[in-house]
Design a protein around this ligand. Structure first.
Ligand code: NAI
Ligand code: MG
Length: 393
């Protein structure tokens, strides 16, 4: 196979800290690749009025694989205030570059594995009839990444033609007397193509990786049209994969079952908003943001990133304290994507060994507040955690 080229996009804050740590691990495991740097994030919004410059899109178009740290996003007014004065009042609007990447490349699958590593002090525990239990969680969430409530079709003070169109629906009668300026509308848009794509991908993944069930977490009894379309697509997919069970749950009940019987779930599918919620829920059972990895996958491009953001308050510490594991696990997902499954497995095994050994823990694993002095109080620094993983490779 030709040597792949990886577009490295550190972004902002701790993204710039954790991405190089992942590269150290990729080098150590013997992954042979070319790396090119991709500009993305706040700095480019401020300087150029675009947090996702076209040159970065071009690099991803050419090389098709990206490894991304994190970006900083700020509310509209703050974004406008930090824009270079020479660009003011020229119509520049801040858009999140990661949402932009997902939409530009139609990265319609967001895959978020949530697996417990034995020995991680942050693992979920539960009081059972026979005392405290630590059920192993091994769930892979497939979140629809481009549509639904994140499609961006929304208004405060909707234009008259939107109101008129909506009033063709009988339920809109309830808002007849609400002035438009007091009305906010966010559309939840699902397409059958995307529902079919994600449910088929989830069943195929379950089959390939030995999961028994696919669970669709939606709310079809209330949000009948969109959730109903997802469930219908899931039933079709189930017919093509008769050996995998299909469970249909409601997102609210699922959040309750999250801590009751998380070990019973395998692959989970949800629309964009519910997928975001359920993946954070499961991530909380398996170590939290320091462990939560993800892949944004489309037909022509894939971008791998930790779920966490840029954690700006930790970005300027002289010794970085954040946990690099989420980023390193995201790099392992990239290796799987490129067919380097034994290297990916070796990285996970090394992380397992470090956690089982228990001597190296970042501050989040010690339930400390993330102050600059945590290293002097026994927490491993970011690079010390990576070193421990490297020693096991
Ligand atoms: P965040 O994920 O950056 O940080 C929240 C808290 O989680 C931190 O204060 C820290 O306590 C903990 N944390 C995060 N990463 C950690 C790590 N690797 N190890 C240990 N602890 C860790 O979320 P927050 O503070 O809500 O947002 C900060 C900025 O990041 C915002 O500008 C936000 O828009 C952006 N963001 C970007 C994302 C992305 O790049 N995909 C995702 C989420 C937020
Ligand atoms: Mg989130």
């Amino acid at each position: 196979m030709a040597t792949p080229t990886i577009v490295m996009m550190p972004g902002d804050g701790i993204g710039q800290t954790v991405l190089p740590e992942a590269q150290r691990v990729l080098d150590k495991v013997g992954f042979s690749a070319n790396y090119v740097h991709g500009d993305i994030g706040w700095e480019f919004w401020c300087k150029e009025g675009n947090a996702l410059p076209q040159r970065t899109i071009d690099l991803l178009t050419e090389h098709e694989v990206g490894l991304f740290g994190a970006i900083t996003s700020k509310p509209k007014e703050e974004a406008a205030a930090e824009l270079d004065p020479s660009l003011a009042d020229q119509g520049y609007v801040y858009y999140s570059p990661i949402v932009g990447l997902r939409q530009h490349f139609n990265l319609q699958l967001c895959v978020r594995p949530c697996r417990t590593f034995a020995g991680n002090p942050l693992n979920f525990i539960r009081r059972g009839v026979d005392g405290i239990e630590e059920p192993p969680v091994d769930v892979v969430i497939f979140r629809q990444n481009t549509e639904g409530l994140y499609a961006g079709v929304e208004w405060t003070n909707p234009p008259d033609e939107v109101r008129t169109a909506l009033e063709t629906h009988v339920k809109m009668g309830a808002y007849r007397n609400t002035p438009s300026e007091d009305l906010a509308i966010s559309c939840r848009i699902f397409t059958r193509a995307a529902c079919r794509y994600i449910t088929e991908a989830a069943f195929a993944y379950a089959e390939k990786h030995g999961y028994q069930s696919v669970t669709i977490c939606e709310k079809p009894n209330v949000i009948r049209e969109t959730s109903g379309m997802m469930n219908a697509a899931a039933r079709e997919a189930k017919e093509r994969h008769p050996g995998i069970d299909l469970w249909l749950t409601n997102i609210d009940a699922q959040m309750m079952w999250l801590t009751k019987n998380p070990e019973d779930y395998g692959v989970i599918v949800a629309g964009n908003m519910f997928g975001d919620i359920i993946s954070d829920g499961f991530a909380g059972l398996t170590g939290g943001l320091g462990f939560a990895c993800s892949a944004n996958v489309g037909e022509t491009c894939a971008v791998f990133e930790p779920t966490h953001g840029s954690a700006p308050k930790y970005a300027d510490y002289e010794t970085s304290i954040v946990n690099p594991i989420a980023m390193i696990l995201s790099a392992a997902m990239m290796l799987d994507h490129l067919g380097e499954t034994s290297m990916a497995g070796a990285i996970r095994t090394a992380i397992s060994a470090v956690l089982k050994d228990g001597r190296t823990k970042t501050y989040d694993m010690m339930k400390m507040t993330g102050r600059a002095d945590v290293v002097t109080r026994g927490a491993a620094s970011t690079s010390r955690m990576t070193d421990a993983i490297l020693e096991r490779l």
